[in-house]
Design a protein around this ligand. Structure first.
Ligand SMILES: Cc1cc2nc3c(=O)[nH]c(=O)nc-3n(C[C@H](O)[C@H](O)[C@H](O)COP(=O)(O)OP(=O)(O)OC[C@H]3O[C@@H](n4cnc5c(N)ncnc54)[C@H](O)[C@@H]3O)c2cc1C
Length: 369
């Protein structure tokens, strides 16, 4: 019977970044993924933005790991030819009462160690982005975009090179704690079952990370919070050069329906925030297009209704319920050698290399607990 030193559950950007970080000579690492491809969960349904780190409360893991992850991500991307661009972003105030919030965000950015932001006047904005409408704005030159799939492929290649093994179509069904290890029970898509023993477990199961943690006595509950996107067509790509965000939704639920630009220059609006029952429903209804048009038209006055149409959606794995306040990432060794990563919503993609370094530190010395 095979056994592993470390078993990573989930081959999204988090599981793969961790595998790339910890794999090395003499380590027997399994990555288990229920789907036939890697990165087909949350990691392929997001805005692909490298966040600056302005929003999150000072001292939170989200703030610290976003800032350090961003630096690391740019280094990794530049060194390994991963498509990315540091295009910058504006957070815009369209009403007088929003100016204060923009100023507050600047202070928060500074507390988080993001020193490069700049407050812009209406005139500055008109020079940088002549086609948008805003009274004031916070400019973040460090924000960028990246190909999430190329990033994941890079992490996987690095992990493979160090002999980590990714096993597809294999779902973790149950986990039992043994004296000094864990027994993982799996089922593949043919219905075959297989179990093995592992010294350490890293739970990076995204939308199912609470289920996995609760298999060994955890008490987590994720709320699914859907984010729909609409595509923009019939607008010249050159109309806007940077990512344009409104002031964020109160309570850290989301960043507000914003304008994103992908690496091919296509413009998109989204994501909004809707708590949904627990199911992976990615349907975007036609009604979303006029709603998105209305909220974005305030800062993108060139938009016409017919430019906006329903596109893709993603689901956030939120520890924060609809009436709760801010909740941080949970990255915790709840049992000896069992590390749970729960609630890894945005900025998880940006933070992924820093999360991987943190987990590596937590694991050091744990292989024979
Ligand atoms: C709408 C939206 C927009 C976002 N925008 C950004 C952004 O612009 N910038 C940013 O930094 N972050 C963003 N994020 C956050 C980022 O996408 C996530 O933090 C990140 O992708 C989470 O990766 P993950 O590996 O934890 O999850 P996933 O990619 O979902 O990976 C988890 C994997 O675990 C597998 N799995 C689950 N259960 C089991 C099981 N029992 N057995 C085996 N495998 C299992 C799943 O199939 C899945 O492949 C956004 C998120 C959303 C939803």
């Amino acid at each position: 019977m095979e056994s592993a030193d470390v078993t990573i559950i989930g081959a999204g950007v988090i599981g793969l970044a961790i595998a790339a970080e910890i794999a090395g000579p003499g380590m027997n690492i399994f990555i288990l993924e229920k789907n036939p491809t890697h990165g087909s969960g949350i990691s392929s349904r997001n805005s692909e933005v490298i966040h600056g780190g302005m929003y999150y409360p000072e001292g939170s893991l989200k703030a610290a790991l976003c800032v350090s992850g961003r630096h690391r991500l740019y280094e990794i991307a530049a060194k390994n030819n991963i498509p990315h661009r540091k295009i910058g972003k504006l957070i815009v105030a369209t009403k007088p009462e929003e100016t204060e919030e923009v100023e507050r965000l600047r202070e928060n950015a500074q507390k988080n160690g993001v020193d490069s932001t700049e407050l812009l006047s209406t005139r500055n904005i008109a020079q940088m982005e002549p086609n948008i409408s805003a009274r004031t704005a916070l400019y973040s030159p460090e924000t960028g975009i990246i190909s999430a799939h190329d990033l994941m492929n890079y992490f996987l290649m690095k992990a493979h090179r160090n002999k980590a093994e990714l096993i597809y179509c294999t779902k973790v069904m149950r986990i039992e704690k043994e004296a000094r290890s864990y027994r993982i029970f799996t089922r593949n898509t043919n219905g075959d079952t297989f179990d093995f023993s592992t010294s350490c477990v890293i739970n990076a199961a995204g939308l199912e990370s609470d289920t996995i943690a609760n298999m060994v006595g955890g008490n987590y509950q994720l709320h699914y919070c859907k984010g729909d996107y609409c595509s923009i067509s019939g607008v010249k790509q050159s109309m806007v050069k940077r990512l344009i965000y409104p002031v964020p939704v109160k309570n850290h639920v989301g960043l507000g329906v914003h304008l994103t630009i992908d690496l091919s220059g296509r413009l998109k609006l989204g994501p909004d925030t809707t708590y949904i029952p627990r199911s992976e429903d990615y349907n975007v209804t036609a009604q979303k297009a006029p709603l998105f048009y209305e909220s974005a038209q305030k800062f993108l006055p060139f938009l016409q209704k017919e430019n906006v149409s329903p596109d893709m959606a993603g689901i956030r794995p939120k520890l924060q319920g609809p009436h709760d306040s801010f909740q941080d990432f949970v990255i915790r060794e709840d049992l000896p050698g069992f590390i749970n990563l729960v609630g890894i919503e945005s900025p998880g993609l940006t933070a992924s290399p820093a999360i991987a370094q943190l987990v590596n530190k937590m694991l050091t010395g744990k292989q024979s607990h």
